[in-house]
Design a protein around this ligand. Structure first.
Ligand SMILES: Nc1ncnc2c1ncn2[C@@H]1O[C@H](COP(=O)(O)OP(=O)(O)OP(=O)(O)O)[C@@H](O)[C@H]1O
Length: 224
């Protein structure tokens, strides 16, 4: 589903962010991506979503070569990918409902279908009773759940998360990871970038480790 073939990324200005990275994440797999600050984690995620293009090598998503997609084809690629950010990028002056509905509005779904899907997504993340709240009145963990509901509402086959637990305490972080597991069990492919080695060690998933742009290992971590 996600395949990197000898991928390197050098930013304009000469900064090398990824160096000859090779890996494959199978459909339905859940994996972690880790490494020090500046190791290249965000760059790797940006290559998957075509926010950045590789300097060398191939990024293949469902067999399509992302590096050579036309600008017009990029929105079609992104339809298949739900993205979750550390700071969740919520619209603070809109309700929880409106925030989660946004991707469906952009896709042109009917109001009835939007209502059904938004309620289902918020139920899944345990916020079915907070549709009318403004995100500003929710806790950090709840705000992150709204971000997750927004990412899954269009039912993409793939979820990417960039430091999704960065602002949360260990208990809330674990709850968020359990949520990702729920989506993964339902068939969604999940890739989570995180600094949090303690969290990774408590779960048995393959971990891709980057060091200065190079992939060190793709092995499963041994659970503590
Ligand atoms: N737009 C850019 N232009 C130039 N250099 C960049 C750009 N984005 C990232 N870099 C550089 O590429 C390298 C990898 O950065 P990246 O953000 O991918 O790392 P990261 O592992 O996600 O780090 P962090 O955990 O701190 O977010 C760093 O040296 C960074 O300074």
């Amino acid at each position: 589903m996600i395949r990197f073939e000898q991928v390197s990324k050098v930013y304009s200005g000469g900064r090398s962010a990824l160096d000859n990275v090779d890996f494959h994440i199978a459909p339905g797999e859940m994996a972690f991506l880790t490494g020090h600050s500046g190791a290249g984690k965000s760059t790797l995620l940006k290559l998957i979503t075509a926010i950045e293009r590789p300097t060398m090598g191939k990024v293949l998503i469902n067999g399509a070569d992302v590096g050579s997609l036309s600008r017009r084809a990029v929105p079609f690629l992104r339809r298949d990918i739900g993205i979750i950010f550390q700071d969740h990028n919520l619209l603070m002056d809109r309700s929880v409902y409106d925030n989660v509905a946004l991707p469906l509005l952009i896709e042109g779904f009917s109001n009835r279908e939007i209502g059904k899907r938004v309620e289902a997504a918020l139920d899944m993340v345990g916020l079915g009773d907070k549709l009318a709240y403004a995100p500003i009145h929710l806790s950090g963990g709840e705000q992150q759940r709204v971000g997750i509901a927004r990412a899954v509402v269009a039912r993409p086959p793939m979820l990417l998360a960039d430091e999704p637990t960065g602002n949360l305490d260990p208990k809330l972080s674990m709850e968020i990871l359990r949520l990702f597991e729920t989506f993964n069990r339902a068939g969604t492919t999940v890739l989570i970038a995180t600094h949090d080695l303690g969290l990774i060690a408590r779960m048995r998933y393959r971990t891709l480790t980057l060091k200065q742009g190079r992939l060190l290992s793709c092995e499963p971590e041994v659970a503590a």
